[in-house]
Write a new protein. Structure first.
Length: 240
């Protein structure tokens, strides 16, 4: 897989404790929505036992001008260097990797069950699908503790208004800790919540990504609801 040296264009906070980093897209760089990259810092000012490389989903959709990575900002050497990086700084990207991509059969609905920063590949897939006007029925269930934590919440919510085949369902599990209004669902993603929006749970292909505990719980819930294991695709986000 080729490596690319890419320059940081700018960075921004997209949720509490979460930042997005926009890089120049190299000429000829092609990827599928939902794929990921290994990002390596070049001669960083500090390092630690976790090293200078991290894996990030490409949060940008392929049609967009920039390559965007997004992450929770933990207190590690890698994240500290990333947070203070100036525009024009270069990093190495080894990409693209992964097969967490939208299936081809437009007659089979796609259901995304995601939480926290696991939403990054979902943003890429959804925005590209709407841009390409795919015929798939697509539903996104996105869980956060509170709206302040929800990266790309507006991107996914606003896209919902523009496409009749797309349904966005946000849910919050700790609204008592929020200072914002919320008129969506509350509580964890459950079988009962899915049944509000999906008539037959055994028909769609499911894409689950987020913290390992969430991925495990969602897979178990779907299995108990009679969903075929072949129709469940997962990607875990640990250590972010």
């Amino acid at each position: 897989m080729p490596s690319y040296k890419v320059k940081l264009k700018y960075k921004r906070e997209i949720a509490e404790g979460t930042m997005a980093f926009h890089f120049e897209k190299p000429a000829g760089f092609v990827y599928k929505a939902g794929q990921f990259a290994d990002c390596t810092l070049i001669n960083p000012d500090e390092t630690d036992a976790e090293g200078n490389t991290r894996t990030f989903s490409l949060a940008s959709a392929p049609y967009e001008e920039d390559l965007m990575l997004a992450t929770r900002m933990r207190d590690t050497a890698f994240k500290r260097v990333l947070k203070t990086m100036e525009p024009g700084t270069e990093v190495m990207l080894d990409a693209p990797h992964g097969s967490f991509t939208l299936h081809n059969s437009k007659s089979v609905p796609a259901v995304f069950l995601t939480g926290g920063i696991g939403v990054t590949p979902v943003r890429s897939i959804i925005l590209q699908a709407l841009h390409d006007r795919v015929q798939h029925r697509i539903l996104v269930f996105y869980s956060n503790r509170k709206p302040e934590d929800g990266a790309f919440l507006d991107d996914l919510r606003e896209s919902h208004a523009a496409n009749p085949n797309y349904t966005f369902v946000g849910t919050m599990t700790q609204m008592e800790k929020s200072n914002r209004e919320w008129h969506g669902e509350t509580g964890v993603i459950s079988k009962a919540m899915l049944l509000k929006y999906i008539d037959d749970l055994t028909l769609p292909i499911y894409y689950i990504d987020g913290p390992p505990a969430m991925v495990k719980a969602m897979r178990q819930m779907l299995s108990e609801a009679g969903v075929n294991n072949d129709n469940i695709r997962t990607e875990e986000f640990s250590g972010y």
